[in-house]
Design a protein around this ligand. Structure first.
Ligand code: NAI
Length: 523
């Protein structure tokens, strides 16, 4: 409710604010101008992050007006990559609470504790245990900024109204001994319990969240890989939930693939896809590609045949004895090899996806072997941070004479090769989850399914202009993100209405309906 210097004279009189504010009555635009000045004067992005979070606590409207004035500049500060620094130092830069902090010892009392939140109509909870934050591993309570930043992007990128958004850090303990020993650490100084107890804690949390906030959508974020996969499977048919690391990641990767295939004039069914890395990201992306191929008319087994995995133990083929249940469906007949170049020669992929966490894994030999059998190779080195990328876009363009279609997990600078400038795309989940949020906000579906993420992927791909495709861009521009996400949300909402999953009446004009609900920062 705060307006700072924008409180009118009448408001100042009626609210007893006279004398407590400077004389000038300012507009929101003038306040944004001042905030931008402060931000420019800060020496580093982490200082800008701290300033913006303080602003979000003191004047939410001004915070969103500032961030939304230039999303391409501020989203990387409110969220990845700057938020990684904020997480590493959270206990030290902590100023005041944001959202809620629950811990495992409240297990029997989650309902009572959640009722302490002053807003009664919560529509979204983003919850993290801090078990696997970005590329930082288990950082426990230092992961608290993640659900806060993630929900801020719902509003900043898609206009989801901020009042009903609740970030929660669910503290189950941390394996990070260095943090537990840090005097300024703000979380439980305990090891996490075994998976059965984690499930019992989260079961209690889900039950309480749905009792206190009926119809709430719970977004799981940055849980340890095994926990993430298990909990999503546990709740997806029971509650309104999704996991952005699994479904959002898969959707944005699919969006990049769809754009690349539109450029090549090919279908998904035409592809041979090789994954370097068969962890939670790889399995999640592979699963969504299978679903998308099924949407193009392929059977499940046929779709899986087009996907091959390669992990730390080499090519995943029928003879491997160390595969887990999620990898086994992708184990085909093949010659065992631990050499990625050999695997590329054997599989002859048209799409190569790096989710291995191994920087430099896509060597010149790997990329050249791929280019030998594929005219325009699609190469996605998605691992991050930057030093973990399997190759740089520059390398991919250079080793394929500019033929490769490239998307990375982080934003790399433009590359100029033989007079042509390429703008490598960033497979950033922020193209997807805020739009999913807005569509869910508008249509109130009972469940969230993969088809919604596939619709989001296609909608995202369709918004890349021809001029941008010519520069090698596989994702829409980031400066018009609000417009892009509203369009994506509209397509997702259409899919929800068409499949009879909405619990609200279908409006005559879905786009106008979505726009009428979306938030604009104004007093
Ligand atoms: P994970 O730890 O679950 O899986 C890593 C996989 O890589 C394992 O299957 C492992 O066997 C394999 N691997 C390790 N060394 C290898 C080697 N030398 N050759 C081939 N495979 C090898 O990790 P997760 O969660 O699947 O994430 C993987 C990477 O993907 C991370 O760097 C993460 O930052 C990135 N990622 C990117 C996203 C994006 O761009 N939007 C979203 C999610 C993850």
């Amino acid at each position: 409710m705060n307006k700072g210097t924008a409180f009118t004279q009448e408001e100042r009189e009626s609210l007893g604010l006279e004398g407590l504010l400077p004389t000038a009555v300012e507009t929101l635009d003038r306040q944004v101008e001042r905030a931008l000045g402060h931000l420019s004067a800060k020496p580093s992005d982490i200082e800008r992050f701290i300033y913006l979070q303080e602003l979000s606590n003191s004047n939410q409207t001004l915070f969103f007006a500032t961030v939304m004035s230039d999303p391409a500049r501020f989203v990387p500060i409110v969220y990845d990559p700057t938020i990684a620094d904020a997480c590493l130092t959270y206990g030290h830069i902590y100023r005041q609470p944001q959202g809620m902090y629950l811990n495992r010892h409240m297990k029997g009392r989650f309902e009572e504790v959640l009722r302490n939140w002053p807003v009664k109509e919560v529509r979204f909870i983003c919850v993290s245990s801090g078990g696997r934050i970005l590329g930082l591993g288990d950082i426990g309570a230092n992961g608290a900024p993640i659900p806060i930043g993630k929900l801020q992007l719902y509003t900043a990128c898609a206009g989801v109204p901020p009042e009903g958004l609740l970030p929660i850090h669910l503290d189950i303990g941390t394996t990070n001994a260095a943090l537990r020993a840090d005097a300024l650490y703000t979380g439980l100084r305990e090891e996490p319990p075994e998976p059965g107890e984690v499930d019992a804690i989260v079961d209690a949390f889900m039950k309480a969240a749905n009792a206190v906030f009926p119809g709430v959508c719970v977004h799981f974020e940055d849980w340890k890989g095994d926990d993430a996969i298990r909990l999503l499977a546990r709740y997806k048919d029971k509650y309104l939930v999704y996991n952005d690391d699994i479904q959002g990641t898969a959707s944005v990767a699919l969006a990049g693939i769809v754009t690349a295939l539109q450029i090549k004039g090919e279908t998904l069914a035409d592809q041979r896809i090789l994954f370097a890395g068969a962890g939670s990201a790889g399995i999640g992306i592979a699963g969504m590609i299978v679903e998308a191929m099924r949407g193009e008319g392929l059977g499940e087994a046929e779709a899986r045949k087009r996907i091959t995995l390669f992990d730390i133990g080499g090519l995943i083929e029928k003879g491997r004895k160390d595969l887990n249940a999620s990898q086994k469906p992708y184990a085909h007949e093949g010659k065992p090899t631990e050499d990625l170049t050999e695997a590329v020669k054997q599989i002859r992929p048209t799409i190569l996806i790096g989710v291995s966490t191994v920087g430099g894994l896509f060597t010149e030999a790997v990329v050249k072997a791929m280019a030998k059998t594929c005219e325009r190779p699609v190469i996605f080195p998605l691992s991050n941070p930057t030093d973990k990328a399997e190759c740089t876009p520059e390398q991919a363009y250079e080793w394929t004479q500019g033929k490769a279609l490239v998307a990375c997990g982080v934003q790399f600078p433009d590359v100029t090769l033989e007079g042509k400038t390429f703008h490598p795309g960033q497979a950033n989940n922020f193209y997807i989850f805020p739009a999913i949020g807005l569509a869910v906000y508008a249509t109130k579906p009972k469940r969230i399914d993969d088809a919604m993420f596939i619709a989001a992927a296609h909608a995202t791909a369709d918004q890349v202009s021809q001029a941008d495709r010519d520069k090698g861009m596989l994702f829409p521009r980031q400066n018009d993100i609000l417009e892009t996400e509203r369009t994506t949300a509209t397509r997702v909402a259409e899919s929800i209405f068409e499949r009879g999953l909405a619990t609200v009446k279908r409006p005559a004009d879905i786009r106008a309906f979505i726009e009428s609900l979306s938030y604009t920062p104004e007093y």
